[in-house]
Design a protein around this ligand. Structure first.
Ligand SMILES: [Zn+2]
Length: 237
């Protein structure tokens, strides 16, 4: 993986300094921020009703609450390297567990899978040699292999950057994997759940979202709201 530290231009903080800043941040939160929003935290103390599940990369530059201007309690967030959703049955790990819990227990109506620009995981998928000393990451990113193949067989004609297309195709692949989870498939079939595939651009703040009807990514804030959800087959009366 070739992810650069976000403060690459500055000299690296010492370990002590890094922790001091984190603890100081917590102090400021407790003293200044928490009292201002005490009502909200009181309301949230015993219940959560998130309006969406948000699956994104562990990359520190992606802050779901910031880019969607969400408050505590709004988003049920799951993060991992490469915003991967393993297909159902292959791995009963954290992502599959969170999906089942979000759909069955929290009854979320939306699941957003959000990839991003400059993703170290996507670079590693294109150049697996960088993963030789990271066998766990390498194994995990097998779930993105399908996107690599789709790109390898189709990308030459698109005239676009391979990395950019891979990032989008990875989101499409993970949407496909998401649909293999029984809880998701059942709610999609009855029109009670909507799935979304986004790619966030760190440098420009743009989000492009997958539109299944058009088979391509469109601006999330454009004239048409892109929809990745397949047509329901058992609409609840
Ligand atoms: Zn990433």
């Amino acid at each position: 993986m070739t992810d650069q530290p976000s403060n690459a231009n500055e000299s690296l903080e010492s370990a002590d300094e890094a922790l001091r800043r984190i603890v100081e941040g917590f102090r400021r939160f407790r003293q200044d921020v928490f009292p201002e929003q005490e009502e909200l935290f009181k309301k949230l103390a015993h219940e959560q009703r998130p309006r969406a599940m948000f699956i994104t990369c562990a990359d520190s530059r992606i802050v779901p609450e910031l880019i969607t201007q969400s408050a505590p309690g709004d988003l049920f967030v799951t993060r991992n390297v490469g915003n991967v959703v393993p297909p159902y049955g292959q791995m009963n790990g954290g992502v599959s567990t969170a999906i089942e819990f979000a759909v069955m227990a929290l009854r979320v109506q939306h699941i957003i899978i959000c990839g991003h620009s400059d993703c170290g995981a996507m670079k590693a998928v294109l150049d697996p040699h960088t993963l030789e000393r990271m066998p766990t990451v390498k194994a995990w990113l097998r779930h993105a292999e399908v996107a690599k193949t789709v790109v390898a067989e189709n990308c030459a004609c698109s005239g676009r950057d391979t990395y950019e297309v891979l990032t989008e195709e990875n989101v499409v692949a993970q949407l496909d994997h998401l649909r293999t989870h029984p809880s998701v498939a059942a709610r999609l079939a009855s029109g009670q759940l909507f799935i979304h595939g986004w790619v966030y651009d760190i440098e420009t703040s743009e989000i492009r979202a997958y539109d299944a009807e058009e088979g391509r990514f469109l601006p999330l804030d454009g004239a048409k709201l892109p929809m990745a959800t397949p047509r329901p087959r058992y609409l609840q009366g």
